[in-house]
Ligand binder design. Structure first.
Ligand SMILES: Nc1nc2c(ncn2[C@@H]2O[C@H](COP(=O)(O)OP(=O)(O)O)[C@@H](O)[C@H]2O)c(=O)[nH]1
Ligand SMILES: [Mg+2]
Length: 245
């Protein structure tokens, strides 16, 4: 099972090299056939120069600049359209997610033949280090509302780090979300369309380098929009978009 790792990156000069090298090393040690596909979003710092240099030493690295509209969601969607792996991970450039967890996600998907593997940072075994307090309060409220509305037990829909089969992603189209809200669009659609998923605990560490691009004020209404969109699909679409077997 070939793995494609999609990394959206916007101005990550301080950390992108570390992220790629750690991923490459751990995936290679575990004999996981993979490609690491970085989507650079017209970064204005030296992210692109670093990527060009790394191409010489990391044989599984590929990068492209998304010249279209900028944004986390557009970058991830750009990647989804261009990867070739049987399964696709979305992984953050700032090394907030743990490369070791990706190996566990991959093994879980392979062993159980799951359509998706999702992480939780909040249930038993999951962990966060230096999670900003305001963000945490909003995160827990948002995930609680999602759990009630969608009648699910999974408590970390907003966690961006997830693993999907490529076929599953094909079944989640058309994609709507341009920004961070793509994270919940993909996972909620996977759940309501009947794709199987396993949940594993994962570790999230606040970035030690660079700056967060996430702005709650800009994203709040966008998350609500996508959540309502998925709710409408869940309750009114008569299962027209369900997984076909
Ligand atoms: N390609 C692309 N990546 C982005 C954009 N905004 C954020 N990212 C990446 O998305 C990931 C998460 O963003 P981050 O700023 O760390 O958000 P936070 O962890 O919620 O504070 C990082 O890998 C960023 O480089 C964007 O507009 N385009
Ligand atoms: Mg981050």
């Amino acid at each position: 099972m070939n793995l494609s790792v999609i990394i959206p990156a916007y101005n990550e000069e301080e950390v992108i090299k570390k992220t790629i090298i750690s991923l490459f090393e751990i995936l290679t040690q575990n004999n996981i056939p993979h490609e690491i596909f970085v989507i650079n979003d017209n970064s204005t710092d030296s992210t692109e120069d670093i990527l060009i240099n790394l191409l010489n030493s990391i044989p599984t690295l590929r990068y492209e600049t998304n010249k279209g509209h900028n944004g986390f969601g557009y970058a991830v969607r750009y990647g989804i359209e261009r990867v070739s792996g049987d399964c696709v991970a979305i992984f953050m450039a700032d090394l907030s997610d743990s490369p070791a967890d990706l190996v566990l996600f991959y093994q879980k998907m392979k062993e159980g033949d799951f359509d998706c593997v999702f992480g939780t940072r909040w249930s038993k075994g999951g962990k966060v280090i230096d999670y900003p307090l305001l963000k945490k309060v909003i995160n827990r409220i948002a995930n609680f509302i999602i759990r009630i509305c969608f009648k699910i037990k999974y408590d970390d829909t907003t966690n961006a780090f997830k693993l999907y089969k490529r076929k599953t992603l094909d079944g989640l189209k058309p994609f709507i979300a341009p920004h961070y809200n793509l994270t919940i669009e993909l996972s909620l659609k996977a759940i309501i369309r009947g794709y199987s998923y396993a949940v594993l605990p994962n570790l999230w560490t606040n970035r030690k380098w660079g700056e967060s691009k996430f702005k709650i004020k800009e994203m709040g209404s966008r998350y609500l929009f996508i959540m309502l969109y998925c709710l409408i699909e869940k309750y009114f679409s008569k299962n027209d978009f369900k997984k076909r077997t």
